[in-house]
Design a protein around this ligand. Structure first.
Ligand SMILES: Nc1ncnc2c1ncn2[C@@H]1O[C@H](COP(=O)(O)OP(=O)(O)O)[C@@H](O)[C@H]1O
Ligand SMILES: [Mg+2]
Length: 446
């Protein structure tokens, strides 16, 4: 029987369109930074396995420049070797034989290609890498238009030799930017936004000494701090689950609000959960059902503000981590994540209960919340549970009645004299006469 074949090879144009469709420009830029950071961890020998602060990445640097017509990112994190470039790095999708692991965040082997296609049409990826004791260099030029026009049979990119730079590292230059990219980069507020995103999403590597510059200005990492005193102490716990290390820290980031200002007036609220995978933030200040609020916990509202929690997942094999392909959210279907969620609920519940009780006795709790010291999350001491004070409900006060009446002045004076003190205040005369009548007519004990 004659067999025929239906042509099923993808077209390049399809690839470029599909790859870049559902990911934002920002996430593409972060993908490039992720690659540099993956390389930095690898070269330094340090691992993003715990929330800690040290200087193990202090020799590594990532420089990002953006302007109306150029984007570039370059690092000194070791570079791509010629062999890796020829075999894997430029392949769309990870090859099965490519080594995995090393606590990276790269999983699918697509980030770099997707990012450069999202940015522009003239691309130059250069690498300087070490071979034994000397440095070598190559670059891969990609002229997207020509590559597309070359037809769907020829997918490969050329690798060209070039003199090495002073240090091993990768440098990516994109010009002929796409119109939407140009537009974004020429917005005067974009640089600030990018900087803020980098400061937050890479607070772990920054905490460990990595340097990131945007247009030559260093980015300083976010600090997540928790407050403690004799009444409050954050929880911190660590366990392993299906070859994933999980560390949870949660506590009071700031005191809960007590005024009645409307929600819109609060500034940037850092409250909520931070989920990290191999040191990369995938969810920040989350107060949605992804972290249980409005699902197994009550819906988040302003009363809970001040709660800060961090969940840190790390694994040698990034495929095991509960993150989505864009690294922009958690994979809630992950069992590792579901089990972590159950543990995350414990401090969240303690906080919910505390803020409920707090409302009843606001003056007392404000005292209890004073004299706190702040500790960076990495410095929090292990503790099984979040410690919050037991807030007693205020003693229920008797309901009172107010009396207010008028009598002729001379009769008031006569009654005061009758009580033995003609200069008694009217109020005292009133109280005395009430007690007098009460004893006579109402008090059962007498
Ligand atoms: N800045 C870099 N430094 C060192 N190696 C890099 C760098 N960028 C990319 N690579 C190499 O290129 C490969 C492909 O990158 P990418 O397309 O982002 O996929 P992934 O990160 O999922 O592997 C990486 O696995 C890595 O080996
Ligand atoms: Mg990558």
């Amino acid at each position: 029987m004659a067999t025929h074949k239906a042509k099923a090879n993808p077209t390049k144009a399809f690839f470029v369109r599909m790859l870049t469709r559902d990911i934002s420009l920002d996430d593409c830029i972060l993908d490039l930074v992720d690659n540099s950071i993956d390389a930095a961890w690898k070269l330094s020998g340090a691992r993003p396995t715990a929330l800690q602060s040290d200087s193990s990445l202090k020799d590594y640097k990532i420089d990002i420049t953006i302007s109306e017509d150029t984007f570039s990112v370059s690092d000194n994190c070791g570079g791509i070797s010629f062999d890796d470039a020829a075999k894997y790095a430029f392949t769309f999708g990870r090859r099965d034989e490519q080594a995995r692991g090393d606590y990276s965040v790269g999983v699918y082997g697509i980030g770099m290609k997707r990012a450069v296609f999202k940015l522009g049409r003239q691309i130059r990826i250069s690498s300087t890498y070490r071979v034994d004791n000397y440095l070598q260099g190559f670059f891969v030029p990609i002229d997207v238009k020509r590559w597309l026009e070359a037809g769907d049979e020829a997918w490969d990119f050329e690798i060209e030799d070039v003199l090495p730079e002073d240090e091993p590292g990768v440098s990516i230059l994109v010009t002929d930017l796409l119109d939407e990219v140009k537009e974004k980069f020429s917005d005067p507020t974009y640089e600030r936004r990018l900087r803020r995103m980098l400061a937050r999403d890479y607070m772990i590597p920054l905490m460990r000494g990595l340097q990131i510059n945007v247009n030559s200005e260093p980015v300083s990492g976010w600090k997540l701090e928790l407050r403690q005193n004799e009444n409050f102490a954050p929880m911190r716990t660590k366990y392993e689950d299906e070859r994933v290390n999980v560390e949870i820290v949660a506590g009071m980031g700031s005191p809960p609000p007590d005024d009645r200002e409307p929600d819109e007036e609060k500034g940037l609220d850092i409250s909520g959960w931070y989920v990290l995978c191999n040191g990369r933030i995938v969810l920040a200040a989350d107060t949605t059902a992804l972290t249980g609020w409005g699902a197994s916990l009550p819906r988040w509202h302003k009363q809970y503000s001040g709660f800060v929690g961090v969940v840190f997942f790390s694994s040698e094999n990034p495929e095991l981590l509960p993150m989505t392909t864009t690294k922009r959210s958690v994979d809630v279907s992950s069992r590792v994540y579901q089990r972590a969620l159950a543990r995350m609920h414990e401090p969240a519940r303690a906080w919910i209960n505390y803020t409920n009780a707090r409302k009843q006795n606001i003056e007392t709790v404000k005292e209890l919340e004073k004299q706190v010291v702040t500790k960076e999350v990495s410095e929090v001491i292990p503790r099984a549970e979040l410690k919050v004070p037991e807030v007693a409900r205020p003693a229920t006060r008797e309901r009172m009645a107010n009396v207010n009446y008028s009598v002729p002045l001379n009769r008031m004076k006569a009654l005061a004299a009758g009580f033995g003190n003609s200069r008694m205040s009217y109020r005292e005369v009133g109280l005395e006469s009430f007690d007098y009548a009460y004893q006579e007519l109402a008090d059962e004990d007498s």
